[in-house]
Ligand binder design. Structure first.
Ligand code: GLN
Length: 554
């Protein structure tokens, strides 16, 4: 029994074609027509969730309100749709097997031989329908990770085939995303890879309803006709997905190509409401015509892979738009800042108007982060520290202002004399890695007279966490007396969630991850105010420079 209509998005030819963005764009258009929509992602890898994956492997781990550690595509879903996702929105092969094996160990299968078909495919189908069963959605979009033809995605494809058979072709459609490469030497767009990948899908029993074709060039009529004929889809269901300057343009490109219209027709859903994209268009217009540029340093240890900080980078795009500015991110590897003099030199050369120190785990690059924070504190450059970034700000203050020699987090130095960041009691006996951190949304109460309260414009907030270590409250009095204030506390546990520096134009560290809640409709207030502070800093500097040139000219 299903309540919603289902759209599956598969991918062929290569990975990284942007299935997540196409799925989010379609969802946005359907939402803008008044449908209640959600998106879920099914990943073929064996990890139970991406929580234990190195960010270099798979980019950032996105955390939901309910504390699920999920694929970064869920970030796009939330940023585009402005709705929260949950554990049910991200399922991996590992989780499917884990559930089946747990049931088997409990004797739930009554002595049967457990097999990929039907037990694994049944479990996949049960998960396909989990969000549908909440009866909150008209349409559920499911993105199938990986590429059609991969061994590991076969059970998912088979489960899609079965679900379509179970529910009927008017209730379940398949959109196949493919690549139409342009061969420069031949001066031609090539359709063969698409034909092959559709053939592969057909061999698995699925005829796609719509083709979305990624291409660097415009798809001419003849190419569309050729693909329609050889891939067995109607001509108007060959959708062009041209490369675009920004992902935020894709919903409008898809609207122009009528992807939403075609999907609704196939699902026998009404198409008379045009999508209302007014807010989105306004956002895009501002995004494309910033009035100023501001340079902000993003300091982390995974900077070579920008996807490792996806949500932070997107939050800066949203916050930039709110300030009618373009945030130019300077990606800085924290390991290159380990020498304090070289760090100061590099920082001053870069002329940053703001410094963000990123989240992370383990000690690699940590001293570089601390040096950068010292530079931001002493030179009164707007600073934003997130999770490990906040913890580093605490360590830096302990060492250089409080004079607590070798102060550290016990994550980096178990023997430190001054564990200003320490493991909480209830974390001390945990041995396993997966899913054992402080995860998900927790409440936080803000001090009225603070940068945080000014940014949020309220004092009760909820933000998402993903960490093991905490500010050590034994040192709180000492910190506050010297000017580092705890301006956000967990009302239940009194854990420090936000620190700020008295007398600094903007110096905020958060134990939580604000970047996980920034959306196009609701840019995150801390990012918005950080960028604002950076713009003010930039403005002041420019005025100072002008003054000095005037003076020297006189
Ligand atoms: N490694 C730190 C901790 O576990 C910070 C984690 C993070 O930045 N997400 O507390």
């Amino acid at each position: 029994m299903a309540y919603a209509k289902h759209i599956f998005v598969t991918g062929g030819v290569t990975s990284s074609l942007g299935k997540g963005i196409v799925a989010s764009s379609l969802a946005k258009l359907l939402q803008a027509r008044g449908f209640s929509v959600t998106i879920q992602k099914f990943d073929p890898y064996i990890n139970i969730d991406p929580g234990t994956l190195n960010p270099y492997e798979h980019g950032e781990c996105y955390v939901t309100d309910d504390g699920a550690e999920t694929d970064l595509d869920l970030g796009h879903y939330e940023r585009f749709l402005n709705i929260p996702t949950s554990q049910a929105n991200n399922v991996t092969t590992g989780r499917v097997y884990y559930n089946v094996i747990t049931k088997e160990r409990n004797g739930d299968y009554l002595g049967k031989t457990i097999q990929v078909i039907p037990h694994i495919t049944d479990e996949i189908k049960r998960n396909f329908l989990l969000l549908d069963r909440s009866q909150k959605y008209d349409i559920v979009i499911t993105e199938i990770g990986g590429c059609v033809g991969d061994i590991e995605s076969l059970p998912f494809i088979e489960a899609v085939r079965q679900l379509r058979w179970d529910l009927g072709a008017n209730n379940v459609i398949v959109i196949h995303l493919t690549l139409v490469p342009y061969l420069k030497s031949a001066g031609e767009l090539k359709t063969k890879p698409t034909q092959h990948s559709v053939k592969q899908l057909s061999e698995a029993g699925i005829q796609p309803d719509i083709l979305v074709c990624r291409s660097e060039q415009e798809l001419p009529k003849e190419i569309r006709k050729k693909m329609a004929l050889f891939c067995n889809v109607s001509y108007d269901c060959v959708i062009e997905a041209r490369d675009s300057e920004t992902i935020y343009e894709v919903p409008l490109l898809m609207q122009k190509e009528q992807l939403d219209q075609r999907a609704l027709q196939k699902l026998n859903l009404p198409t008379y409401n045009d999508p209302d994209m007014t807010v989105w268009k306004k956002f895009l217009k501002k995004l494309k015509a910033p009035r100023r540029t501001v340079k902000i340093g993003l300091i982390g240890k995974y900077v070579e892979l920008h996807d490792a900080y996806k949500s932070i980078a997107e939050s800066f795009i949203h916050a930039g738009v709110m300030n009618e500015a373009k945030v130019q991110l300077e990606w800085i590897q924290s390991e290159t800042l380990e020498n304090p003099d070289e760090c100061a030199e590099k920082m001053s050369q870069l002329k940053l108007s703001g410094i963000l120190v990123a989240p992370g785990f383990g000690s690699r690059g940590i001293e570089g982060k601390i040096n950068a924070i010292r530079y931001a504190r002493e030179n009164k450059i707007p600073f934003f520290g997130i999770c490990l970034g906040m913890q580093c700000a605490v360590i830096e203050f302990a060492r250089h202002v409080l004079g607590l020699k070798n102060a550290n987090s016990s994550e980096m130095d178990k023997e430190t004399e001054h564990p200003v960041i320490d493991l909480m009691e209830d974390q001390k006996n945990i041995q396993r890695l997966g899913g054992t951190m402080r995860l998900g949304a927790y409440p936080c109460t803000l001090k009225a007279e603070s940068k945080a309260a000014e940014s949020y414009n309220k004092t009760e907030i909820k933000e998402r966490h993903r960490h093991r270590y905490e500010f050590n409250n034994q040192y709180l009095e000492q910190f506050e007396a010297a000017g580092m204030l705890a301006t956000g506390l967990n009302p239940d546990t009194q854990l420090v969630e936000i620190i700020e520096l008295k007398g600094h134009p903007w110096f905020v560290g958060t134990q939580f991850h604000p970047e996980l809640k920034s959306t196009v409709d609701n840019p995150h207030p801390l990012f918005v105010h950080f960028v604002k502070a950076a713009l003010q800093f930039d403005q002041k500097n420019k005025e100072k420079e002008k003054e000095t040139t005037l003076k020297t000219e006189m």
